[in-house]
Design a binder for this molecule. Sequence first.
Ligand code: CTP
Length: 406
Amino acid sequence: MNIVVGITGGIAAYKAIGVVRGFVLAGHSVQVIATEHALRFVGKPTLEAISRNTVHTDLYEGVAEVRHVALGQAADLIVIAPTTANTLAKLAAGLADDLLGNTVLASTAPVLLAPAMHTEMWQNAATVANTALLRSRGYRFIGPAVGQLTGTDSGPGRMSEPDEIVAAGLALLVPTVADLAGLRILISAGGTREPLDPVRFLGNRSSGKQGVALAEAALSRGASVTLVAAHLEVPAPAGVERHAVETAEQLRTEMNALLGGADIVIMAAAVADYRPREVAEGKIKKDATGDVLTLELVKNPDILAELAANRAPGQLVVGFAAETARSRDELLELGRTKAARKRADYLVVNRVGWTEGFATDGNTVVVLDGAGHIVIEATGSKLSVAHSILNVLAEAGRSNHQEHND
Ligand code: CTP
């Protein structure tokens, strides 16, 4: 989606770089509008490199393309970080004396303001009245936080942290789109458990959070969602059709049975690669096994590769790759090898380790296409990462669906 990040002239402008980067990493196209004053605090080349777009400042540039209107009309969201007391006053008055003011007036997108100023300015009656007026007109605010200000003083007025601003911005973006309406999405989530005996199993550390976040995000965008749930440590969202499974074999049976009714299949489950050759009828007893217990394991079928091979034209199949890589290059290399082996349409690669990936609330992923090319990179909460993945699938799924149903 198109996000305009407005940057106005306060010292917190340097933190706006993190805001721009957060939106870009979430898979959005970001246009930066920096005021002249903002550029005294942060350099244009930095903003251009991070946003991957030209930075707009001048109202009188690009007049032929009517840029002052075009940027606002194309925006799905406008975020102004930092918002100075002066900018708050100008917005409240509806002034359009610079490119940012014009853009805001020409837009119907939600506007999120991240104020940053000294406590006295934030508490000044004029600012209080301007804020109240803007709120009543539907402008959203994040912060200001209470904390250390530029000098030695501290109090309310500090700009919220970039991560919080990005999360608040993405949350505003989400409910406005029903771009997955009419699409049926089949998601597997959680970790499979392979029984050894009636009381023990071989499992993995998957919490199911990323798969559940995908289900939640897809539902909020209008898709109908079927969740094949192996062991989950979080509740499945209300509104999904849930099929509970334990083992890889059960997961395989369910996924194959449901494949025909899905436009998009996402294998987010952590599937056991091996299962015990034999499952003991009764509890395995130490007396009978002695000091060393040897388990014989047999390989489970690769469900993702099977689904990808059996998909009908028009169906999209998406896999995950959990890798314990030491570097980004190694991560990409492992991802590319897996993409070639699985033959899915997309592979979402994420790094896992003792402290990364599982059970955490955040995630960082690289989405590869079937040929191993990077499509997007996303970082943030598992929900915002889910939305970034769905941004890719929304486009691809819709054109596939239409092509095969016309
Ligand atoms: N997967 C699957 N069936 C399996 C193993 C994995 O469908 N028996 C799926 C997972 O759901 C995921 C993708 O394949 O979408 C990659 O899983 P991952 O554990 O990263 O890779 P593996 O294929 O198991 O390869 P390896 O363990 O050697 O990295």
